[in-house]
Design a protein around this ligand. Structure first.
Ligand SMILES: Nc1ncnc2c1ncn2[C@@H]1O[C@H](COP(=O)(O)OP(=O)(O)O)[C@@H](O)[C@H]1O
Ligand SMILES: [Mg+2]
Length: 386
């Protein structure tokens, strides 16, 4: 069918045509905003999961929800060794001008903007980061150079200003596990401090499954500071919606067998749903239905190349070339009984290590399903243990 009209969006952080499922997380987030606006404290939320499960798009969705409620929001993507002060300054510079133009008369907000300017000048002394913020920097607040202290002061002042306007402040931080350790420590400390002041400020993050450990190693109380939500595959109903809703408006129907085929080939993993959806659409003759044959051709065993590409995306290049080792592989067995003559083991060495390893490429999304459910250990040194 017409590739130009293809509605699916495989990629990293690309908003899907239908953001399916994730109701519990959206609801949890809504309750958090309500509580903070009402002056009650609430834990921040940390979304964790493998690549391709939809953490970034969900985090961005949550941020947008807060923004429509008038909150000051910043979407910060941790990358490489970029310092948090720089990333946060860039993100807040994108959102603060529109808030300040909506509330010109608020003296509190003006004061908070001066603290933000001082905070950002520490990251970029030439002022290029806070160009759109038309106030003078204060001296002695947000500018000590100690990130934990400065961020606490900034969140306190922005939080007070936002509270006066009936809203709050949200920092949404993606790939949080990639921040330098000192910055994670400072961030957790500042979030804790803001929580104690009872102001409507929230830190919501997303990261790989090691994020809880990274946070706890940075500050031991981080375990209790945040509510952790594991993001994984969508259930069958949500996965079907992710595929079928986007084509409804285009007058194309998925025939029931076809939908089941694509859902089961993807094992409900959001990235695979988008990738298979796109592949199937492009190869289906149409014009108004996707049949079981189309789904088989697009998501079946024949599309090994596509599957290899997908695994590379999901596990990273190194792990896509990895070998899947069966559960028994490499485990020590009971010491072999020895023959009385010659002292040789009773079974040949080749069978000592269990069944032969299989390639990751043969596994597809179902391997990810096992990784996601803890059936396969974390990828390490190019080998995956089942
Ligand atoms: N809830 C969802 N429903 C349908 N597709 C989704 C959903 N969440 C994510 N996707 C798709 O999955 C892919 C990966 O999403 P992304 O947010 O980048 O994952 P992660 O941040 O966990 O690596 C994208 O192509 C996105 O459009
Ligand atoms: Mg992501």
């Amino acid at each position: 069918m017409d590739a130009v009209l293809n509605p699916y969006a495989p990629g990293a952080g690309l908003r899907p045509p239908e953001l399916a499922g994730r109701e519990p997380e959206r609801q949890m987030f809504g309750v958090m905003l309500d509580r903070l606006e009402a002056g009650r404290s609430n834990q921040g939320i940390m979304l964790t999961g493998l690549r391709g499960v939809g953490k970034t798009v969900l985090l961005e969705e949550l941020r947008a929800t807060a923004e429509t409620r008038g909150w000051v929001t910043a979407f910060i993507e941790a990358a490489g060794s970029q310092p948090f002060r720089l990333l946060a300054s860039q993100a807040l510079t994108r959102s603060l001008p529109s808030v300040s133009s909506r509330h010109r008369s608020s003296a509190r907000l003006k004061r908070a903007l001066s603290v933000f300017k001082a905070f950002s000048l520490k990251a970029s002394p030439d002022g290029s980061l806070s160009m759109g913020i038309d106030v003078d920097a204060v001296v002695g607040r947000g500018d000590s150079g100690d990130l934990e202290l400065d961020l606490s002061e900034l969140l306190a002042d922005l939080g007070e200003a936002a509270a006066e306007l009936g809203a709050g402040v949200l920092l949404a931080i993606d790939e949080l596990q990639a921040l330098p350790k000192a910055d994670v420590t400072a961030l957790a400390g500042a979030a804790h401090q803001a929580d104690r002041l009872g102001l409507p400020t929230a830190v919501v993050g997303a990261g790989l499954p090691n994020l809880p450990r990274v946070l706890t190693e940075a500050k031991s109380y981080a375990e209790r500071l945040f509510a952790y939500r594991r993001i994984g595959a969508l259930d069958e109903a949500a996965a079907s919606e992710a595929l079928s809703r986007p084509t409804e408006g285009l007058g194309v129907a998925w025939l029931p067998g076809a939908l089941n085929r694509a859902v089961s080939a993807s094992a409900g993993y959001p990235f695979f749903l988008q990738a298979f959806g796109k592949h199937i659409w492009d190869h289906a003759p149409g014009p108004d239905a996707i049949t079981l044959d189309d789904a088989d051709a697009g998501a079946g065993r024949r599309s090994t190349r596509a599957r290899r590409g997908l695994l590379r995306f999901s596990l990273g290049t190194r792990h896509a070339c990895a070998t899947v080792l069966p559960r028994s592989h490499g485990r020590r067995r009971r010491r072999p009984r020895r023959h009385s003559r010659g002292g040789r083991p009773t079974w040949p060495p080749s069978s000592r290590r269990g069944p032969a390893p299989r390639s990751v490429d043969q596994e597809g999304p179902h391997l990810l399903a096992q990784v996601g459910h803890g059936g396969v250990q974390r990828p390490r040194h190019g080998r995956l243990h089942q």
